[in-house]
Design a protein around this ligand. Structure first.
Ligand SMILES: *Cc1c(COP(=O)(O)O)cnc(C)c1O
Length: 343
């Protein structure tokens, strides 16, 4: 056996069920950026679509096209980081709805669409300053959007923003700015079908952040927030496993091959899961790690580097907390050369 990332699709679906139930009647969107947070977009989207998920959120157009192919023609696919005109054409051909946070980009979409009523979701900057139309430019922007909609070049399907989710006070301010923006858009004659503001953490905790649709990334895969509590009913879907490759006086060597992404600063601060429970990691090298021994350890034994804790391993968020980052960073850095195995 070589290292593998075992992805339990059933766990993703049951995590999704928990989230859907929690936010109803708001709708659930599965965010699949970064190859579905490293889990593999094709299989994850196909399984979710078969399970009744209707909305998919892809960062960029290439990921949106893959989500469309996996989800089939009836799903709604939303993509929010799009830049060039050729990309707009690809997105419209694949029936991808585009996030727009920039006036000149709206003109580009209208020009490429030319009468096809391209579905767009207009974005107000509610304080994060990560693209989005500034509040002082919003009235002119929505007036122009209404004009382009009347002409049949675009259809404003959504209005949205993104929030920091680092403090309730900041989020509350963003929410107030979002409500203002909705009013101004409606006064301009726009009737967006979906209003969406929050990602995992705020939407899970705070009902008033759910609006019509919630963009759930991390929690869908069982990745809790750094510093956040365990989530009732939500389990990590991925387990990274690797074999014991040698046993010596200095410890047990575990070969993962391509785990170039596991930060070496985790050495001494993390444990992995073994048949005998957790064992401290002493050293992390480019292709293997050295861990504490246990009686009966043998070459070929399977070790869990991270996962739901079945063998005593930690979650990616617990690893991340040891070095001051977020769980997403640990999991998306697992090399694409490590095969994903679906169960
Ligand atoms: C990544 C992202 C999300 C999902 O965030 P999670 O915290 O992983 O749920 C939602 N919306 C946007 C715009 C994002 O970039």
């Amino acid at each position: 056996m070589s290292a593998q990332m075992i992805v339990d699709l059933g766990r993703i679906l049951s995590d999704i069920d928990v989230l859907r139930e929690r936010i109803a009647p708001a709708e659930y969107m599965l965010v699949v950026k970064n190859d579905a947070y490293g889990h593999g977009v094709d299989r994850v989207v196909a399984a979710a679509a078969a399970h009744g998920v209707r909305w998919f959120g892809a960062f960029d157009v290439p990921m949106g096209v893959r989500a469309r192919e996996a989800a089939g023609p009836d799903a709604r696919v939303f993509s929010w980081v799009t830049i060039t005109r050729p990309e707009i054409a690809v997105a419209l051909d694949a029936d991808i709805e585009l996030g727009v946070g920039d006036a000149s980009y709206l003109e580009d979409i209208a020009a490429v669409s030319a009468g096809r009523s391209a579905r767009v979701h207009i974005k107000i900057d509610t304080g994060l300053h990560r693209n989005g139309v500034r509040p002082e430019e919003w009235p002119a922007f929505v007036a122009r959007a209404a004009e382009l909609e009347a002409r049949g070049d675009i259809h404003v399907a959504g209005i949205w923003s993104h929030i920091a989710e680092t403090s309730d006070e900041d989020d509350d301010r963003s929410r107030a700015a979002f409500l203002d923006a909705i009013q101004i858009a409606e006064a301009a004659g726009l009737r967006p079908q979906v209003r969406h503001l929050a990602a995992s953490a705020a939407a899970f905790a705070r009902p008033e952040f759910r609006f019509d649709l919630v963009r759930f990334g991390a929690f869908s895969y069982g990745i809790r927030s750094t510093g956040g509590a365990d989530l009732p009913g939500i389990t990590p879907a991925a387990t990274l496993v690797a074999p014991v490759s040698a046993i010596s006086a200095s410890g047990v060597e575990v070969a993962y091959g391509y785990l170039d992404g596991l930060p070496s600063t985790l050495a001494g601060r993390m444990s992995v899961g073994t048949a005998a429970g957790p064992r401290t990691v002493r050293e992390i090298g480019p292709a293997s790690m050295l861990i504490d021994p246990w009686p009966g350890a043998a070459v070929g034994d399977e070790v869990s580097v991270f996962g739901p804790g079945t063998r005593g391993e930690s979650s990616v968020t617990t690893l991340a907390e040891a070095i001051g980052t977020v769980g997403e960073e640990i999991i998306v850095r697992v090399s694409p050369l490590i095969p994903r195995v679906y169960i």
